[in-house]
Ligand binder design. Structure first.
Ligand code: NAD
Length: 256
């Protein structure tokens, strides 16, 4: 793909799951890829496999080292690292650390990366920011308030970036899948079993959807196309949508 051939790409949280699939796909299309992950061993394994460069560490602060590794510039940044937390249910004790971690990784890492990248991108009039959000950022996720709320934040930030900088050459994509067969889905417990697993797709399907979206120059990437209908239903009739989600919540409580 022309937009990607020779591009200098960073993928955070690319030691496995969706990030590894994105890193493989970019490398397969001729990009030079920095593979970031908190887990250094997994970052190195993926980098070795695809001929990329491992830059382990926290996604929040990866841009300077990634830029150096890529010879001074970043063309595409995939803010993919994310954490899913159980709990955050206001009926249970407040999990301050869970909330703080979710804000930090799911939202602030994106904000920090954009601050580090935008001066370069605006000066040269090009750059691409890919945010792995979640359908939870458009809808919600049963059983986890921190994930639901921070993914709404990640979506809002991607949307804001897109509308603010699109006329200055910055392209933004927000990927909003439902279940994807990764370690995070495995860890999502009975709520994931109920609402995610039945329609779960492979990480490669997410990469397919992103590349299709890049080709069509689309902001919103929906690897599960039915999410568009749920998003419309939520906007059209919030009361009805909440009632439907509460039915799923009660079903989960009675079976989970
Ligand atoms: N799996 C799903 O069903 C699903 C659905 C929608 C959205 N997502 C989103 O996709 C993204 C990728 O998740 P996944 O399913 O591939 O999960 P995963 O657990 O397989 O991979 C996440 C990777 O991110 C790394 N990571 C965590 N915190 C990090 C940090 N601070 N800095 C760098 N790396 C860090 C982990 O070590 C892990 O390798 C996440 O943002 C997640 O919220 C996943």
């Amino acid at each position: 793909m022309e937009a990607v051939q020779g591009a200098k790409v960073v993928v955070t949280g690319a030691g496995g799951g969706i990030g590894a699939a994105l890193a493989r796909r970019f490398a397969g299309q001729g990009a030079q890829v920095v593979v970031n992950d908190l887990d250094a061993g997994r970052a190195r394994a993926v980098a070795d496999e695809i001929g990329g460069i491992a830059v382990p560490g926290d996604a929040s602060s990866v841009v300077p080292d990634a830029r150096d590794a890529l010879g001074g510039t970043v063309d595409v940044y995939c803010a993919n690292a994310g954490v899913g937390r159980d709990g955050g249910d206001p009926g249970a004790p407040l999990d301050e650390r869970g909330w703080a971690l979710s804000w930090d990784v799911n939202v602030m890492a994106h904000v920090r990366a954009a601050h580090a990248l935008l001066p370069e991108w605006l000066e040269r009039g090009s750059g691409r920011f890919v945010s792995t959000v979640s359908a939870a950022g458009l809808l919600t996720m049963i059983g986890t308030a921190p994930y639901s709320v921070t993914k709404h934040g990640a979506y809002a930030f991607a949307e804001w970036l897109s509308l603010t900088y699109r006329h200055r050459g910055v392209k933004v994509h927000a990927i909003c899948p439902q279940g994807v067969r990764t370690d995070m889905l495995t860890a999502s417990g009975s709520a994931g079993d109920l609402v995610l697993r039945p329609t779960a797709i492979e990480p490669d399907d997410v990469a397919d959807a992103l590349f299709h979206g890049i080709d069509e120059d689309r902001f919103l990437i929906l690897p599960h196309p039915e999410v568009a209908e749920y998003y419309q239903a939520r906007a059209a009739d919030p009361e009805r949508w909440l009632g439907g989600m509460n039915r799923i919540q009660r079903h989960w409580e009675s079976t989970g």
